[in-house]
Design a protein around this ligand. Structure first.
Ligand code: GDP
Length: 328
């Protein structure tokens, strides 16, 4: 397409996003997900233009293993908050897509009722790309959704460690979903995920309420041994039933309390600023790495020097120094 036409097309797209048109929003997200350099340049331009349009939003990360009830919960919660006058966008970070080529979270039949609501926007996870790439796009997709007037942004991920850390780094509040009796809590503690949680939710409380209460008590005890990330918030543990829509009000009350406390203390804003700077750092790192790999002298010498490291005739440190020297 001619550059002038692209400019016009992007102006139209931007206006559509700002008017809250779901088709325009979906198209804009597709543009930021594209790996083509000219699309990336247009996407960067688009994101820069929408930045002043950011309103007041709440970004919520939700993580849990497949089957824990994330989509049931997000659908119920989404409908609940829409009834209170909010607009909800659901984005997914699905690391399985890069490993298997298929997507656990991208299944179209999920959240059917919510997807029919005018006040909801559901974006299945991209079907390819490394975890880093997927999360890069998710950050930008959050900004686009906010520009389109969605004030509750839910970012969902399955539990594999790395993706939770990435999601916690782009949201205001991080929710860990668990099942009573599943032993997930031990897994989460081992992987360092528990420290990320602002709220821990035990789902499916309808199946065995007593087991659920026990799990809540145990989790509270476990959490009390960890140092809270924030001086303004002590992580809370709740049990609920997403299926029976029982416990949603309490959950939402905690989210609202969290937001009030964080805003009153200034931490809400400072956390976002910190996240934005960390994001810039990450972008610089990946940009430098890409430039390094694309440097002609590095590209020419890389396989030979790698082979030398593999066969032991060169140390890793010396090889790295040599390659870095070639790029400077
Ligand atoms: P996800 O893979 O984490 O998104 O989990 P789903 O939301 O797809 O739920 C997995 C299964 O658990 C489905 O059969 C749901 O109907 C069921 N489920 C979800 N929440 C509850 C709940 O609160 N109680 C019960 N009994 N079943 C639930």
């Amino acid at each position: 397409m001619h550059a002038g036409n692209e400019n016009t097309a992007d102006t139209v797209l931007l206006a559509g996003v700002r008017r809250g048109e779901r088709r325009a929003l979906a198209k804009a997200i597709t543009l930021v997900e594209s790996t083509l350099p000219e699309h990336q340049a247009r996407a960067a331009d688009l994101i820069t233009k929408i930045l002043p349009a950011r309103g007041t939003s709440m970004r919520i990360g939700i993580s849990g293993v497949p089957g824990v009830g994330k989509s049931t919960f997000i659908e119920a919660l989404g409908l609940y908050v829409i009834a209170q006058g909010h607009k909800v966008a659901v984005l997914a970070v699905d690391p399985s897509s890069s490993l298997t080529g298929g997507s656990i979270l991208g299944d179209k039949t999920r959240m059917e009722k919510l997807s029919l609501c005018d006040e909801a926007f559901i974006r299945p996870s991209p079907s390819s790309g490394a975890l880093g790439g997927v999360t890069d796009h998710t950050r930008e997709a959050i900004l686009l959704c906010e520009a389109a007037g969605y004030d509750i942004i839910i970012v969902e991920t399955v539990g594999v460690g790395q993706s939770e850390i990435a999601v916690a780094a782009m949201t205001d509040l991080f929710v860990l979903m668990q099942l009573p009796n599943a032993g997930d809590d031990l897994q989460a503690i081992k992987k360092g995920i528990m420290e990320l949680a602002d709220l821990v939710v035990f789902n499916k409380a309808d199946i065995d309420p007593l087991a659920s209460q026990r799990a809540v008590a145990q989790m509270r005890a476990a959490l009390s041994m960890l140092r809270p990330v924030s001086v303004n918030w002590t992580p809370l543990v709740v049990s609920l039933s997403a299926l029976k829509q029982d416990g949603l009000e309490t959950f939402w009350q905690h989210v609202s309390d969290f937001r009030l406390k964080m805003q009153a203390s200034g931490e809400f804003e400072s956390k976002r600023k910190h996240q934005a700077l960390a994001w810039m750092d990450q972008q610089i790192n990946s940009g430098l790495r890409q430039r390094f790999k694309q440097h002609p002298a590095v590209a020419a010498a890389l396989s030979e020097i790698s082979a030398a490291v593999e066969n032991g005739s060169m140390t890793s440190a010396a090889a790295a120094q040599r390659l870095l020297g070639l790029a400077s």
